[in-house]
Write a protein that binds this ligand. Structure first.
Ligand code: NAI
Length: 254
């Protein structure tokens, strides 16, 4: 596949989507490819990545799957290098990889705190540093889109680690938006509410009903609901937006 295969608003641009083989990341990779971007999807499961890459290619996308753990510096840097080697550049970075390790604070293990911080927050730092160094050298701007969470804005009981990591990601978004504006690199966050993915599949029917009762739109969100906003923030229509948090939550948090 070559970059010239598709025609769309993101033609000629190269995007990295971490954790892009399923769920919200999978939907983001699909829509960016639909808009013409060459997409590099990363994840930890080689087989699943391969399947996702094949599916996107079957729809006419230019895709590369890279096995990489975002929390490991060497992996993050290798991911950016692989994108540059295969497609020549990087224009869009979507820091989507995320994990939960829920538990009440008083029972939370150190490892559960550290792991959630490492993947959700350190991972975004490592990838953003590596990718924006390249974007600065390219001298043609860029976009960084961080997938935060409603939890980072309102806090969730049982998710002190995750809420802190996502709130940290929002602070990181604003600080880097200020720093990188000089090079026309725009940094924004998208904060999803309750979205139907593997991450939320384990919520009991009772807890789900309770959560949904708090959502004015009275439905659980889809990965596509989130991906549509990422697609917009990656495109030319979002040229004057930086340092913002766009909430996609059916009204759960206003
Ligand atoms: P998911 O569990 O389906 O997908 C998470 C992805 O991250 C997977 O592809 C997984 O392999 C990848 N990942 C996890 N650890 C990784 C690591 N160390 N290195 C590389 N990749 C890693 O979950 P979902 O829902 O699609 O989550 C995507 C993002 O959206 C996450 O950042 C999550 O925190 C956020 N989010 C999800 C919400 C939901 O209700 N599903 C709500 C708010 C935010």
């Amino acid at each position: 596949m070559t970059l010239a295969v598709r025609k769309g608003p993101l033609d000629g641009r190269v995007a990295i989507v971490t954790g892009g083989s399923r769920g919200i990341g999978g939907a983001i990779a699909t829509l960016l490819a639909e808009d013409g971007a060459a997409v590099v999807v990363s994840g930890r499961d080689a087989d699943r990545l391969q399947r996702t890459a094949k599916e996107l290619e079957a729809q006419g996308g230019a895709v590369l799957g890279v096995v990489a753990d975002v929390a490991i510096r060497e992996d993050a840097e290798r991911l950016v290098d692989a994108a540059k080697q295969r497609f020549g550049r990087v224009d869009i970075l979507v820091n989507n990889a995320g994990v939960i390790r829920d538990g009440l604070l008083v029972r939370m293990k150190d490892e559960d705190w550290d792991h959630v911080m490492n993947v959700n927050l350190r991972g975004a730092f490592l990838l953003t540093r590596a990718a924006t160094k390249l974007m600065i050298r390219q001298k043609s701007g860029g976009r960084v889109i961080n997938i935060a969470s409603t939890a980072g804005a309102m806090g969730n009981a049982g998710q002190a680690n995750y809420s802190a990591a996502k709130a940290g990601l929002i602070g990181f978004t604003k600080a880097t938006a200020r720093e990188l504006a000089h090079w026309s690199i725009l940094v924004n966050a998208v904060a999803p509410g309750l979205i139907e993915t593997d991450m939320t599949a384990g919520i009991s029917p009772e807890a789900r009903a309770e959560l949904l009762a708090e959502v004015p739109l009275k439905r659980i969100g889809t990965p596509r609901d989130v991906a549509e906003v990422v697609r917009f923030l990656a495109g030319d229509g979002a040229a004057y937006i930086t340092g913002q948090v766009v909430h996609v939550n059916g009204g759960l948090y206003m």
